[in-house]
Design a protein around this ligand. Structure first.
Ligand code: EZ4
Ligand code: CO
Length: 403
């Protein structure tokens, strides 16, 4: 028995906003969990403070599955990103506590290492193709085995995935959402050229990935996948919005380019048909937005039956706490595919000291008991929350579109 004596939410903004849950026990051990939902941070903070924390006090922190079920079924209103991020934070913190009490890193509790490390991919973003390729070379030099190519599209002022920063990409900003313009035809003409030149310059020993960011219809996505076949992508991500899971049948009928989807999914139900019909190759659901390690294992177990592998979201809005949890999960799960990794800023890394490391394109969670990540609360307190929004996107005639 490790009785939960208190829990609190820590909101901090070391360059970007993060919401962290800290749970304390009468065993003198605490755990932390990430609850960050980019652009809607305070909704999760309130969900935790106003509704979840009162239900946690006095419970046995060891009973991870029971607490998960209690919070999921007990809310009556199931699923959704706010609820599932709050449950995820509790779940991560409880695994952290269990690991610390056992004196073992969490991956050992999940069955131990199933591989030497987790292959990660970095982001090469450029305002044009030449700049994207230049950035990709930097990743190759650092030993990365996989890199995502995104480039500005001629004729469009702003494109998803491209920023002025060299290594950091942070789309959330401003006191109101930025508005960007989108043209499917300009984009569809440009991307095959990006990968043709990318392969020429980078060769065939590196995995190349691309994120469409939900901008195409299924038939357009089928066409793009087909056009990209000669360049053998590791995956084409979020080719179309996935609310209609059956829509992916159309893409599948037209291309052998592997498909990844699911960074905005909050539960296994968002992916059930996609997985069971083998409409995707990689599931991008993450520990923080899809109910924690406990639920992500359930998603991965279903996916494993259908040869779908994991490819968890890992942009900078997933805090180092999520990265630590993702790596403990990824090291131990049988059907690991790849893990996204975007470096956090030095300020963020200072607030969240962590044991995970990157070497030769593989990341390892380290061997500290628990998740292997902490929060420096005194430092966190110095960075006040700043409201920030993800951008919105319109077609050139003003029609609202997916960002
Ligand atoms: O737009 O994390 O694959 N990565 C992505 C990210 C998402 C942001 C949203 O908060 O699509 O860059
Ligand atoms: Co994405």
């Amino acid at each position: 028995m490790a009785r939960i004596t208190s829990a609190r939410v820590i909101v901090t903004c070391p360059g970007r906003n993060f919401v962290t849950l800290k749970i304390e026990t009468d065993e003198g051990v605490y755990g932390i969990g990430d609850a960050t939902l980019n652009g809607r941070e305070l909704a999760v903070a309130s969900y935790l403070e106003d509704h979840v924390i009162p239900c946690l006090i006095g419970r046995d922190a060891h009973r991870i599955e029971d607490i998960w079920q209690y919070l999921y079924k007990g809310a009556y209103w199931r699923r959704g990103p706010v609820t599932m991020s709050a449950i995820a934070a509790v779940d991560m913190a409880l695994w952290d506590i269990k690991g610390k009490l056992a004196g073992l890193p969490v991956y050992q509790l999940l069955g131990g290492a199933a591989r030497e490390g987790c292959m990660v991919y970095g982001h090469a973003n450029g305002s044009d193709i030449a700049e994207t390729i230049e950035r990709a070379h930097e990743y190759l030099e650092q030993g990365y085995k996989a890199v995502r190519l995104q480039s500005g599209v001629p004729g469009l002022a702003a494109t998803y995935g491209v920023s002025g920063e060299r290594f950091y990409y942070e789309p959330a900003k401003g006191s109101l959402p930025d508005e960007t313009l989108w043209s499917t035809s300009k984009y569809m003409r440009h991307v095959p050229e990006l990968f043709a030149r990318g392969r020429d310059a980078l060769g065939w020993d590196i995995h190349l990935l691309h994120d469409v960011h939900h901008r195409l219809t299924p038939i357009e996505a089928g066409r793009l996948g087909k056009d990209l076949e000669p360049y053998r992508l590791f995956w084409l991500e979020d080719a179309t919005p996935a609310e209609n899971q059956a829509g992916f049948r159309l893409i599948r009928q037209h291309t052998t380019t592997p498909l990844a989807v699911g960074e905005i999914f909050s539960s296994v139900w968002d992916a059930k048909q996609l997985i069971e019909e083998q409409l995707i190759d990689y599931i991008r659901a993450t520990v923080v937005h899809a109910g924690g390690i406990t639920h992500l294992r359930r998603i991965a177990a279903l996916a494993d039956l259908y040869q779908v592998r994991t490819g968890c979201h890992g942009a900078t809005d997933l805090s180092p706490v999520s990265m630590a949890a993702a790596l403990n999960f990824g090291l131990s799960v049988p059907n690991f595919g790849i893990q996204e990794y975007m470096r956090h800023t030095a300020e963020t890394d200072e607030v969240f000291p962590h044991a995970y490391s990157l070497s030769n394109g593989l990341m390892h969670p380290g061997d500290k008991p628990g998740l292997g990540v902490d929060i420096d609360e005194a430092l966190a307190a110095k960075y006040e929350y700043k409201r920030a929004y993800l951008p919105v996107n319109r077609l050139e005639d003003g029609t609202m579109w997916s960002w």
